[in-house]
Ligand binder design. Structure first.
Ligand SMILES: [Fe+2]
Length: 294
């Protein structure tokens, strides 16, 4: 698969950092029209209290409204395990189409079982408006965009390339952050290495936007780098690290990591495209905590 990159298109990228989950959500604007997209939005949750809120999403909605933008797409780079998506909330206010990678169906199959969801939980991705395959193209205003299948962190991970900007999800972190874990169900360190190589094959000046940053070694939070910088300096894959060395390192590191604090609520909501589980006969909604399943 060769991807048709157009470095002459330079979208305007507005980041929205969520301190609770170290996630960076983005509004991506077409400089030639009012069209925009939202990438990887966040719903706030106080897990201990079982309370959700939409402060982060409301900041994005406010930005889109204040700038008179027209929301065409809501993109999820993958099924996040560390924060809940606010995509349906934003979509209900501003419209737009919600898209994710085709392999969402694998994630729905796996976690549908783990949460013992009934047959009313569809495992065919039909909660989304669009399921992207590798190389699929779409438009944001006048900008032609495409998705690259970049599995490894999860089987449904996609990188979205919009002009000279690529939104990599958790396929890469900043050069001093390295890479994301590959040990979730359906994850694979070797596949992650191969996916990262696809990204490093793009033009060196391509801007890369991270989904997460944890400010390693006390530095300030950052989210933007380039293919060239990752290729030269990424502490896990830069300087021509071999596949074998990467897989060994990643596998050993992952074995030492605890589960993300919000994995159980995140998966239950995100596998439903960000919708909450259905209400019971009293109108209340509940999240499950399956024991000894992860
Ligand atoms: Fe992730």
């Amino acid at each position: 698969m060769s991807y048709r990159v157009n470095m002459a298109v330079t979208p305007e990228v507005e980041p929205f950092f969520d301190e609770a989950s170290n996630t960076i959500s983005y509004v991506v604007r077409d400089p030639g029209s009012d069209a925009c997209a939202v990438i990887d939005s966040v719903m706030d949750i106080d897990y201990a209290a079982g309370r959700i809120a939409y402060d982060h999403a409301d900041r994005m909605i406010g930005f889109i409204r204040e700038n008179g933008l027209d929301l065409e797409w809501l993109i999820e780079t993958h099924v996040h395990a560390d924060h809940l998506s606010a995509a349906p909330y934003i979509q209900s206010k501003l419209g737009g189409r919600l898209g994710i990678g085709r392999n969402i169906t694998l994630v729905q199959e796996t976690f549908g079982k783990i949460f013992n969801e009934g047959t009313e939980f569809q495992r065919d991705g039909s909660q989304f408006d669009r399921l992207f395959d590798d190389g699929d193209r779409y438009r944001i205003g006048g900008m032609e965009c495409f998705a690259i299948h970049t599995p490894g962190h999860t089987p449904a991970c996609m990188t979205h390339v919009i002009g000279d900007a690529a939104f990599v999800g958790d396929t890469l972190f900043m050069p001093d952050g390295g890479s994301a874990r590959a040990d979730f169900p359906g994850g694979d360190a070797g596949e992650l290495y191969d996916s990262i190589q696809k990204l490093l094959d793009m033009p060196e000046e391509m801007r890369l936007f991270m989904c997460h940053d944890y400010g390693p070694n006390g530095r300030e939070i950052r989210w933007e780098t380039t293919v060239g910088a990752e290729k030269a300096h990424n502490i896990h894959v830069g300087g021509g690290t071999s596949r074998e060395d990467f897989v060994k390192f990643r596998t050993e590191r992952d074995a030492s990591l605890a589960m993300p604090r919000l994995i159980l609520p995140s998966l239950q909501v995100n596998m439903r495209a960000g919708e909450l589980p259905p209400a019971d006969e009293t109108g209340k909604r509940f999240l499950k905590v399956p024991l000894n399943e992860l």
